[in-house]
Design a protein around this ligand. Structure first.
Ligand code: SF4
Length: 252
C-alpha cells in the first residue's frame, strides 16, 4: 500500500477498489448485487474484423500520440461503425493541465453538431454541477467521453464500439494525468474500471484507474430524467471535492 493509499484510508475513503485486468473477470460486479438490467450485453458485436495483433499495434500507435495527432486521428477515425452517422468526432474539451477529468458516455445530437462534449441540456446541468463545487469548464477541468462519435439515437455504445474507442480515452488520460476522474454514469464507470458497475452501489466509494483516484456518479442526462437523484449527485460531488482536497493536502 502506498503512502497516499494509507492516508486516504485514514481519511475514511476506504475501500479503495483497484482496476482489474480486462481479460480477467469481466462479469464480476462491484458488489455482487447486479440486476439483469445492469449486465453488459453479451451479444454485442465483436470488433469489426480486427484481429488482436493489428488491434494491439493500433493501440500502441495511439499510446504514443500527442494531442495534435490524437485530435487528427480521432477526427478521421473510421474504426467502428459509429463513424457512419456522425457529423464529426468529438475528442473532448478543457484544460490540458486539468486536475479534474469528467468522463461521460458519448456525444449527443448537439455535441455532434458543435464538436464539443456536454453542450446540450445535460451539458448545462453538468456546468451547474461543476459550479456547485467551484469548478468551471476549461479551468483545471477536462471533459471527455468514452466514445467520440455519436451513437445513433443516443443509444448506449456497444461493447465493440467502446473497445475500439477506449485507446483514445486511455491516451487522453495518460496525457492529462488528472488528479481525479469522475465517471459520469454506468458506461463510463464500466469502461474505466473494467467491471460491471451499478452506479447506486458504486457511488460514495473511491476507485482507482491506473493510479488515479476515480469516483462514480450519475450521468447528467439520467439526472434530467430522474430529478430525485440530483441530491445523490450532489453528495457525490461533495465526496469528489473532499477527495480532491485530501489529495491536494497529501501532495502538499
Ligand atoms: S467512436 Fe471512436 S473508434 Fe468509433 S469511429 Fe468514432 S473515434 Fe473511431
Amino acid at each position: 500500500m502506498t503512502r497516499r493509499d494509507s492516508i486516504l484510508r485514514e481519511m475514511g475513503f476506504a475501500p479503495l477498489w483497484r482496476l482489474r485486468q480486462r481479460a480477467a473477470q469481466n462479469t464480476q460486479d462491484v458488489q455482487g448485487a447486479m440486476s439483469p438490467a445492469d449486465t453488459v450485453s453479451a451479444d454485442s458485436a465483436p470488433l469489426p474484423a480486427v484481429a488482436q495483433a493489428p488491434a494491439d499495434a493500433r493501440a500502441q500507435r495511439i499510446a504514443a500520440m500527442g494531442w495534435d495527432e490524437l485530435q487528427a486521428t480521432v477526427s478521421a477515425c473510421r474504426d467502428c461503425r459509429l463513424c457512419e452517422q456522425r457529423k464529426q468526432a468529438v475528442l473532448g474539451v478543457g484544460d490540458l493541465e486539468a486536475d479534474w477529468l469528467f468522463v461521460g458516455e458519448g456525444p449527443g445530437a448537439e455535441e455532434d453538431a458543435r464538436g464539443e462534449p456536454f453542450v446540450g441540456q445535460a451539458g448545462k446541468l453538468l456546468d451547474a454541477m461543476l459550479a456547485a463545487i467551484d469548478l468551471e469548464r476549461g479551468r483545471k477541468v477536462y471533459i471527455g467521453n468514452v466514445v467520440k462519435c455519436r451513437p445513433p439515437g443516443n443509444r448506449t455504445p456497444e461493447a465493440a464500439e467502446t473497445a475500439a474507442c477506449f485507446p483514445y480515452l486511455q491516451r487522453q488520460i495518460e496525457l492529462l494525468r488528472p488528479k481525479l476522474i469522475v465517471a459520469l454514469g454506468k458506461p463510463a464507470a464500466e469502461t474505466l474500471l473494467d467491471v460491471e458497475v451499478k452506479v447506486g452501489a458504486a457511488r460514495g466509494r473511491l476507485f482507482d484507474y491506473r493510479g488515479i483516484p476515480l469516483v462514480v456518479t450519475y450521468h447528467p442526462a439520467y439526472l434530467l430524467r430522474n430529478l430525485t437523484d440530483k441530491a445523490k449527485a450532489w453528495e457525490d460531488l461533495c465526496f469528489a471535492r473532499r477527495t480532491m482536497k485530501g489529495l491536494s493536502d497529501v501532495g502538499g
